[in-house]
Design a protein around this ligand. Structure first.
Ligand SMILES: NC(=O)c1ccc[n+]([C@@H]2O[C@H](COP(=O)([O-])OP(=O)(O)OC[C@H]3O[C@@H](n4cnc5c(N)ncnc54)[C@H](OP(=O)(O)O)[C@@H]3O)[C@@H](O)[C@H]2O)c1
Length: 280
């Protein structure tokens, strides 16, 4: 067991997880909570954040010696700044950007506020937090930026246009930053979960995934694979065999995926919006 974990942990410096101090956003969410348990279980110290303090405090109670809480709204510059100062005090050398939101529905029915909220949290706040923390990561012996993307950061999907826009952009940001920091000791990783059973997927979306035969992961599985990606230094991780296949197919032959999704459209519309032409 010892040698197994040593083998996987070859990208972590001496001391392994016990030497890591992690700033985790989205910690009160489904995947975030599972990540707290996974990484604290591995020995890491974590500074966890989200807006819902009670959910964060419940996590800290489970891991009292390792987890520190700071509630913050990442879309507010002054709260982000306070978080960065706290991360500096805590000596964080790993940033895991897991905060995110989705809005599923027909794009034509999105409001200005919904589009703006998606871009502000999933993209602008994530980029700004990352930039604000970079000096500290650059000064560390080893630093990590781990961005939680999505299958919908590679495959444009009906009913998720705004979300796809943010997750495609996050993937591009991650790749560019990795290349920009290639001569430093910062590792920049992108992990793209497929559909996962969390509050992000309302019951209609779970039902839609079932009707379409789309597999859904548990947040615990996602957390294990995020840990594995960090330990092995894998820069790009797409979860799920079929999703990996379709991501590649979409890159090479997008018209084939266009046709496959065109066939799914009536089912998708049944769950996310009225068929075109139907009376309101
Ligand atoms: N679930 C999926 O099917 C799925 C699939 C692929 C990728 N992902 C990605 O995985 C990540 C985690 O998703 P999840 O399923 O765990 O979602 P979730 O359960 O809905 O959690 C979302 C997290 O984001 C935080 N958050 C939302 N608005 C915030 C704000 N203004 N300031 C600070 N934090 C904020 C929430 O905290 P508070 O509510 O406490 O603020 C919560 O911790 C996201 O980036 C998501 O896009 C999810």
């Amino acid at each position: 067991m010892r040698s197994y974990s040593k083998l996987w942990s070859r990208h972590l410096p001496e001391g392994g997880w016990a030497a890591q101090s992690v700033l985790l956003t989205g910690a009160s969410g489904g995947i975030g909570q599972a990540l707290v348990d996974e990484l604290a279980g591995a020995g890491a110290r974590l500074l966890i954040t989200g807006r819902r303090r009670p959910a964060l405090e419940a996590l800290a109670e489970r891991h009292p010696d390792q987890v520190t809480v700071m509630a913050a709204d990442l879309t507010r510059a002054e709260e982000r700044q306070r978080l960065v100062e706290r991360a500096r005090e805590a000596g964080c050398t790993m940033l895991i950007n897991a905060a995110g939101m989705n809005r599923v529905g027909l794009f034509e029915a999105s409001s200005d506020a919904e589009i703006e909220a998606l871009i502000t949290l999933n993209l602008t706040s994530t980029l700004q937090l990352t930039r604000a923390l970079l000096p500290q990561l650059l000064a560390a012996e080893h630093g990590w930026v781990v961005n939680l993307g999505s299958t919908f950061g590679t495959i444009g999907y009906p009913g998720q246009a705004g979300y796809c826009a943010t997750k495609f952009a996050l993937r591009g940001f991650t790749q560019a930053l990795r290349r920009e920091l290639a001569d430093t000791r910062i590792h920049v990783l992108h992990v793209a979960p497929r559909a996962t059973r969390t509050a992000m997927n309302v019951p209609e979306i779970e039902a839609m995934n079932q009707a379409l035969g789309n597999a859904m992961d548990t947040p615990q599985r996602v957390a294990r694979l995020v840990r594995r990606a960090i330990e092995t230094g894998r820069e790009e991780t797409q979860l799920g065999g079929p999703e990996r296949f379709f991501a590649r197919l979409n890159a090479m032959l997008p018209s084939v995926v266009d046709r496959a999704l065109r066939r799914q459209l009536p089912t998708i519309r049944r769950f996310i919006g009225k068929p075109r032409g139907e009376a309101p």
